[in-house]
Design a protein around this ligand. Structure first.
Ligand SMILES: Nc1ncnc2c1ncn2[C@@H]1O[C@H](COP(=O)(O)OP(=O)(O)OP(=O)(O)O)[C@@H](O)[C@H]1O
Length: 895
């Protein structure tokens, strides 16, 4: 049986004599049934006693195949020969993390902080891996090499490599693979799968195996190893995959390491074992070692968050017996130790960063790790929820019927499947999701990008899957990128800028500075002109606060033109692809076209594909394209990629900055000398799961700290006077006004509608409809029907369907309404940044206002400021009047 629960206490190590001789043991007291049961003792025998050394009260313990024993009338549990002991099973460790941990725990920490840099061994390694996959799929070696080298054109170019020299080297590495594949090591009966994603709920592990051969793991290493045995850390990596395969009921007794550089040497050389493939037995002892190592790592991560000392616990390097003088990471290790004043075996160089910066680093390091835990909790739902529960939770589309799997350009696969119901989900076109054969955890799952989400679902993946189910994928990549951005901001950032952002060590922080030369850039809007001036003259940073429809995008485009005219190279970034593309469109409208868009084909809007940087091609040409563009446009997520981390800019202009966490903002602004943040902290805040410092954007903090460095755009080009009044008073101190009389006077009549054709309650610019019905969970069916009737009335009066939008607080209600109308229905989050002539808002609440409807007032602000001509609120007036804010809203709407 399995025993699982939080640890209450950890006993001392003891040695007892048994019939098998002396044995170590350690007792832990835990609360079983995940904390719900009465405390029991669990005895960890033998090597598992070592895991108990890392255990602490509060951590979660899992013992599989435990046996129950009675002692003094109390039931206790003990490990058996079949048991696995897992600490913090909910913490998902990546296999590559375990690999670096066994080399040196500090290396694990450094890799986490600095991410994967752009260097030749990494890029070449990737190419060889891709070629390996191609060879397994039966592709011709030459065709694969030239194809894969071309695909890496941009990265190679940035590193100063020519295609031919790389192709030669890859060919030599690939020859080892091909030779091995042909050697007869493989019989016809060999079944292969390349690139296989594995997740382990029991062991708290995840990773992607290079290949599986007859169910056993094969790992490819682009190095040389002339020893008989595979390298220890390489074995551990393969053993991790073996462990995860074992959990799926396969029993992989061997692992294979393929060292591709081995045949690059003369095969007749006497010294060393030059066979590229090295097999090793995967015994139970090795698997247990892997689990104990993972436990050690998970325990360190737990202490980092739960032992609140002065600084988070991080590895020092003394945990391992690695020799620092042989380590490639020695310099990095010493610099990080020196700058952050961390203890480390390698020693320290340099002077520590100021106290305020170290505190900032520690505070955000912890906040990001908390967010990682929340991401893992999302992950867990993949196996803790049944498919039906996940579908009901909007996290998966299930019961898809596969239609086709087609190999398409760039070695990708197009998977098509038919939907068998009209269920809604959080999934959207352009999202990365987990495509699977129905079971993403123990079946076959691949990450892919959603291309279409109609009656047919179309997903693009690297490997083919029978598409039966599509799940929201709780990626850790944004967490990882926040960490590297934090690292870069604190360790590499410019001193003056760091003073502005982190406050320096003095109480007296010198505010951002500006040059003193005012110009006229926009002549019909004083605040916009002031904003461009701030941005152009900023020596550190400028902050542009733009309420709804005030011309943020227009101002950004004008700013970028002015900056480029002054000889600056500009990075244009935003939280979403949509905002990046909107800004590019505004630039185009203003006659400026010299931009390069960095992003994936599916992420970038169709009409911006012509300026998208295609990474495939001649290295020199590709690198020059990136280096010479005066304006580069990419999402902040892309700014954390290894390609953009290599780029430098004079100015970074970041839109939607109020929706970005501080570390995500750093990802863009550390690439530039100066920065301009544009946003509105009265609209949607950063989307994070943890409740901590990540919830406040850098934009908001700086606007409050440096009011003189910010300007608020106060003329809006969207809403009629009637519609904007409430938002202006509630959120912008009454300062928001319509930009022109034409905007102020917008009505339904502008849409060619005769108001007389509408019921009285649907006219007048702003109106309220009070439906009957009851809230049932997150939906109100009667209200959904009423909303559909309202929409029909507008359609009948002649409003174009494209001019109407419906906003609801919950996806369940969005689904109810969508079933009843063909116009766009969505949640607030999906509506931010867009507008419609007519907006209908469904509030769902009935009776009392139990539970948040639009979670916070900033969401209501977004909902109420999307309409240009007519805004109709549908909601239970009694419920709404129970809250002062909504009472004021009703008063305004009924005026
Ligand atoms: N100074 C201006 N003169 C004329 N038109 C303008 C000016 N500023 C903005 N506009 C127009 O107003 C409309 C809204 O501007 P824009 O899209 O830039 O607003 P936004 O603040 O980015 O909107 P959102 O709140 O959706 O982010 C656009 O059609 C734009 O061309």
């Amino acid at each position: 049986m399995n025993v699982r629960g939080p640890i209450l206490s950890v006993g001392e190590a003891r040695t007892v004599s048994t019939s098998y001789g002396d044995r170590e043991l350690r007792e832990l007291r835990i609360r079983p049934e995940r904390g719900a049961g009465d405390p029991v003792d669990v005895t960890l025998w033998g090597d598992w006693a070592e895991t108990a050394e890392h255990a602490e009260p509060g951590m979660e313990l899992l013992v599989t195949d435990a046996e129950a024993d009675e002692y003094d009338g109390e039931t206790g549990y003990a490990t058996t020969g079949d048991s696995w002991v897992v600490l913090e099973p909910d913490f998902l460790v990546d296999v590559t993390g375990i690999r670096s941990w066994v080399q040196c725990p500090r290396m694990y920490y450094l890799n986490k902080l600095s991410g994967i840099p752009l260097n030749y061994p990494v890029v070449k390694g990737n190419i060889v891996h891709e070629v390996f996959g191609d060879l397994l799929r039966g592709m011709d070696l030459e065709a694969s090499v030239s194809d894969r080298v071309a695909e890496a054109g941009l990265e190679l170019g940035l590193l100063g490599y020519e295609a031919e020299e790389v192709a030669d080297e890859v060919r030599r590495n690939a020859a080892a693979i091909e030779g091995w594949l042909a050697q007869g090591t493989l019989t016809d009966g060999d079944t292969w799968r390349s690139e296989f994603t594995l997740i382990s709920p029991t062991f708290g592990l995840k990773g992607r195996a290079d290949a599986l051969r007859r169910g056993t793991p094969v790992e490819l290493k682009t190095g040389k190893n002339t020893n008989r045995e595979p390298r220890f850390q390489d074995k551990i990596q393969a053993a991790c995959y073996a462990l995860m395969l074992e959990e799926r009921g396969v029993d992989p007794d061997i692992g294979t390491l393929l060292y591709t550089k081995n045949t690059a040497l003369d095969r007749n050389e006497e010294s060393g074992d030059l066979a590229p493939a090295k097999e090793f037995p995967v015994g139970n002892g090795l698997l247990k070692f892997v689990v104990r190592t993972r436990n050690e790592l998970a325990a360190m991560e737990w202490r980092g968050l739960n032992e609140r000392g002065e600084r988070p616990t991080v590895p020092t390097g003394y945990e391992a017996d690695a020799n620092c003088s042989y380590c490639f990471e020695q310099d990095t290790c010493m610099v990080v130790s020196g700058r952050l004043n961390q203890e480390s075996k390698a020693g320290q160089v340099g002077t520590p960063v100021p106290e305020a910066e170290r505190d900032y680093f520690d505070r955000f390091y912890t906040a990001i790790e908390e967010e990682r835990r929340e991401t893992h909790a999302e992950y867990r739902k993949l196996w803790e929820q049944t498919p039906a529960e996940r579908a009901a939770d909007d996290r998966a589309l299930i019961d898809l019927e596969p239609v086709s799997r087609t190999e398409i350009a760039e070695n990708r696969w197009e998977l098509r499947a038919r939907r068998t119901d009209d269920a809604v989900s959080k999934l959207r076109e352009g999202d990365v999701a987990l495509a699977s054969d129905g079971d993403p955890v123990s079946g076959h799952g691949e990450l892919g990008r959603i291309r279409e989400l109609g009656d047919e679902v179309v997903v693009e993946t690297d490997e083919p899957v029978d598409l039966h189910r599509l799940d929201v994928y709780p990626s850790e990549i944004s967490v990882d990128r926040m960490l590297t951005a934090l690292h870069d901001a604190v360790l590499k950032g410019d001193e003056r800028r760091k003073d502005v952002i982190f406050g320096g060590d003095d109480d007296e922080v010198e505010p951002p500075r500006f040059r003193d030369d005012h110009g006229t850039y926009i002549d019909n809007n004083a605040a916009q002109n002031e904003a461009v001036n701030l941005a152009v003259t900023a020596e550190d940073c400028a902050l542009i606060h733009g309420p709804p429809g005030t011309g943020k995008t227009y101002t950004i485009a004008r700013t970028i033109r002015a900056l480029v005219a002054d000889g600056n190279r500009v990075l244009l970034s935003a939280f979403t692809n949509r905002a990046v593309d909107n800004a590019l469109e505004a630039l185009r409208d203003q006659g400026f076209t010299d931009v390069l868009r960095v992003g994936s084909e599916t992420g970038v809007r169709d009409d911006m594909q012509d300026v998208r940087l295609v990474q495939r091609g001649d290295p020199n040409r590709k690198a020059a394209e990136l280096r010479n563009a005066p304006v580069i446009a990419a999402t902040t997520a892309a700014c954390g990629s290894r390609v953009l981390r290599e780029c430098e800019f004079d100015v970074a202009v970041v839109d939607e900055a109020s929706q970005l966490t501080e570390p995500s903002t750093h990802a863009a602004i550390t690439l530039a000398d100066r920065f301009v943040l544009v946003g509105d902290h009265e609209q949607l805040p950063p989307v994070v799961r943890a409740e901590n410092d990540l919830q406040t954007s850098l934009f908001e903090r700086l606007v409050e700290a440096y009011p003189d460095a910010s300007v608020m755009l106060d003329r809006q080009y969207r809403m009629s006077q009637r519609i904007q009044a409430f938002a202006s008073t509630e959120f912008y101190d009454g300062a928001l006004r319509p930009a022109t009389p034409e905007v102020a006077g917008r009505t339904l009549a502008d849409l060619g509608v005769d108001p007389e054709d509408l019921p009285a309650e649907l006219r007048g610019g702003v109106s309220v409809v009070d439906p009957d019905g009851d809230r049932d969970g997150n939906r109100n069916v009667r209200e959904a029907e009423r909303v559909a009737e309202v929409v029909d009335a507008y359609l009948a009066a002649g409003v174009d369907p494209d001019d109407i939008g419906v906003i609801a607080p919950f996806r369940a209600q969005v689904a109810e309404i969508s079933r009843r109308t063909a116009v766009t229905v969505d949640t607030v989050d999906r509506f931010q940044g867009s507008s419609k002539a007519v907006i209908v808002v469904s509030f769902v609440a009935t009776g009392t206002l139990a539970g948040p409807i639009f979670e916070d007032h900033r969401r209501v602000n977004v909902a109420l400021t999307r309409a240009k001509n007519q805004l109709t609120l549908v909601g239970d007036a009694d419920a709404l009047s129970s809250d002062p804010f909504y009472t004021r809203m009703l008063d305004w709407a009924r005026r």
